[in-house]
Design a protein around this ligand. Structure first.
Ligand SMILES: Nc1ncnc2c1ncn2[C@@H]1O[C@H](COP(=O)(O)OP(=O)(O)OP(=O)(O)O)[C@@H](O)[C@H]1O
Length: 256
């Protein structure tokens, strides 16, 4: 469970990233966070993962206080939180397997990571994660040789190899073409349903948010301005979240 109680994040330059956010995200929920650029979506994800400090309020992940955590406690919290980024963040010059095993790095001494000397159990976990996203045949391919969609699936497998209780995805499909974006969203949804991993996905396409968001949270100016189901998030709701009329760029289908 993720709980934010009146969480405010103020960056050192004075910009308020989150403004008094109250949210409870139960275990196993699939949540899509929507909002225009600058609304605070990335700040929310980076705060939950302890990358951005909470200025005031309380933030609990699986009952542990992220805001007051020591460096060691933060590392332990992060080891249970899988992160997925728009730009995949793979090490391109090495194999898919090496990338995926790096997801278990908190359990592996760094010198072994450097030489790529993995145990059978680590490799087994890597294979299982790659099977889950359907690209086990690419295990020994260099990451640089994969398409964007394949790279994002490797990134999902890398997060899975961490055995996370929470998965945070920051605009995971923003760099992908529409059919590939759908495939990656389906992977995230299937993994959430099969493994019960609490999942938060930042998106800016309203059709994807409606389609996949069991729950949709709308942000604007660092505040939560909508919290409901995908079905409830009609055009009028999105216009309120975005603070303007909708355009073709707001949907994935129209931008193809
Ligand atoms: N490191 C930072 N230092 C100062 N201000 C920041 C920093 N990161 C984000 N901000 C500001 O905080 C606000 C929220 O930004 P955030 O990146 O969370 O929004 P977002 O909804 O994720 O948008 P985007 O998709 O463009 O990243 C914005 O005003 C942004 O300029």
């Amino acid at each position: 469970m993720i709980e934010l109680k009146d969480v405010t994040v103020r960056y050192p330059n004075g910009v308020v990233g989150l403004d008094g956010v109250n949210l409870t995200i139960p275990d196993g929920e699939f949540v899509v966070v929507v909002g225009l650029s600058g609304a605070g979506k990335s700040t929310l994800i980076r705060t939950i993962n302890g990358l951005v400090p909470v200025t005031s309020g309380a933030l609990l992940v699986d009952g542990e206080d992220v805001a007051g955590a020591s460096k060691r406690e933060l590392r332990a919290i992060r080891s249970r939180v899988g992160m997925i980024f728009q730009s995949f963040n793979l090490v391109k010059r090495t194999s898919v397997m090496n990338n995926v095993i790096m997801g278990q790095l908190h359990d592996i001494p760094s010198w072994r990571a450097l030489v790529g000397l993995w145990s059978k159990a680590e490799k087994e976990k890597g294979y299982q994660a790659l099977e889950r996203v359907g690209i086990v045949e690419k295990t020994w391919t260099r990451a640089s040789e994969l398409s964007g969609g394949q790279q994002q699936r490797v990134a999902i497998a890398r997060a899975l190899a961490q055995d996370p209780s929470v998965m945070l995805a920051d605009e995971p499909v923003a760099s992908l073409d529409p059919p590939t974006a759908q495939m990656v969203m389906k992977d995230l949804q299937r993994i959430n349903r099969e493994l019960g991993i609490t999942t938060l996905v930042n998106l800016h396409f309203l059709d994807l948010a409606r389609q996949y968001g069991d729950r949709v949270i709308g942000m604007r100016g660092g505040k939560v301005v909508f919290d409901g189901t995908g079905a409830e998030a009609d055009d009028a709701v999105f216009e309120r979240i975005y603070g303007r009329s909708l355009t073709a760029d707001d949907t994935l289908a129209e931008t193809a």
